[in-house]
Design a protein around this ligand. Structure first.
Ligand code: SAM
Ligand code: SF4
Length: 337
């Protein structure tokens, strides 16, 4: 096991936000092509040699863990298409200071991998599920695979994962009919259903503000159709989701409302893309090249400084509604959602 690094001062930005969580993209590849994320055809994925190895990722995590980053979420692209992902989970598990490892997945490969991930030490799972209609799934994902996702959800439960969350991207004109069936599906399995507002991060650049189906509208629909909800006290103020529970004890639903109710003021996240670029925000238009340092013989102190410099440049908010808002050059699958 590598030696633990001496504890460093926390990673604080100029607005006093302490950074304790890392979104770690392990690949830009995916087995489907959701229209809100990827182009339908002709995607040019990163060459294998450009992607960080598990050893490089682990070194980066050791450096940020020494600065107090204790929670890691693996994402992508689709993280489960990265070969032997459970080996990476086990490597991260061994790093001093890492308290929680979570994964966001489209669920299609969980049927084969859920047990191994659990054994490797993965703590939590979010599974994306936008619809319970197989035809609609194919329209959104531009590929088949709906049954595989349902099998993946069952496999996650059978593997013993607790507090599995299902995430649905909410899009006006697409999601309204899905709201009630998704909530019933999730709560009847003891899972939390969460709705995420659509952000301007689609590869096709087709996002329109009026496609955003606000979390508040979804909550009203749920209350009207299924009964009253009360807010659940947040365990951490930096959590982007606001959870509610049904008064009748049926279960929980959550809302991630980055567009209608930005939560940037409590953001505690930094990001590392699959090819080793540090980003201080989903919407940042600049990146810091950790891969060059990792591959160029740089010291841990130099890596630490690169991360600190990136966090120092973090803006107060994403500014989606500002006149001056610039979409990032990269789409969601290239950043890591
Ligand atoms: N492939 C995995 C999955 O779909 O869960 C992990 C990566 S995906 C980019 C992570 C999350 O980002 C998914 O829940 C997806 O719905 C969400 N997402 C993708 N494009 C988005 C967009 N334009 N706005 C908001 N969320 C988006
Ligand atoms: Fe793939 Fe996830 Fe993007 Fe859908 S949202 S295309 S599953 S990376």
């Amino acid at each position: 096991m590598p030696r633990p690094l001496p504890t460093r001062t926390p990673l604080v930005d100029t607005f006093g936000r302490v950074h304790t969580s890392l979104r770690l993209s392990v690949t830009d590849r995916c087995n489907i092509r959701c229209f809100y994320c990827m182009p339908a055809e002709g995607v040019r994925f990163l060459p294998r040699a450009d992607i960080l190895s598990f050893e490089e990722i682990s070194r980066f995590v050791r450096v940020v863990a020494a600065m107090g980053v204790s929670r890691i979420r693996l994402t992508g692209g689709e993280p489960l298409v990265r070969t032997e992902l459970s080996t990476l989970v086990a490597m991260l598990r061994d790093i001093d200071g890492v308290e929680e490892i979570a994964l966001t997945t489209n669920g299609m490969l969980l049927g084969q991998q859920a047990d191994g991930l659990k054994r490797a030490g993965l703590d939590r799972l979010n599974i994306s599920l936008d619809t319970l209609d197989a035809t609609k799934f194919e329209r959104i994902a531009r590929r088949s695979g709906f049954d595989q996702v349902l099998e993946g959800i069952d496999a996650a439960i059978a593997a013993g994962f607790e507090n599995v969350r299902l995430n649905a991207l909410a899009i006006r004109g697409e999601t309204e009919d899905e709201i009630v069936p998704l909530v019933v599906f999730a709560t009847s399995r003891g899972l939390v259903m969460r709705f995420i507002e659509y952000m301007p991060l689609d590869a096709d650049g087709a996002w329109q503000h009026d496609q955003v189906l606000a979390g508040e509208v979804i909550r009203e629909t749920i209350e009207r159709e299924l009964g009253p909800l009360v807010p659940v006290e947040r365990s951490e103020s930096s959590q982007p989701a606001v959870d509610y529970e049904f008064v009748d004890g049926r279960g929980r639903v959550g809302f991630i409302n980055p567009v209608s109710e930005p939560f940037c003021g409590a953001c505690d996240r930094l990001r590392l893309t699959a090819e080793g670029q540090v980003r201080n925000c989903l919407f940042s238009t600049t990146e810091s090249d950790a891969r060059s340092l990792l591959r160029g013989g740089a010291s841990d102190e130099e890596l630490e400084q690169l991360v600190r410099d990136s966090i120092q440049k973090k803006k107060p908010g994403h500014g989606i509604d500002d006149q001056t808002f610039l979409r990032p050059q990269r789409a969601m699958y290239q950043i890591g959602g």
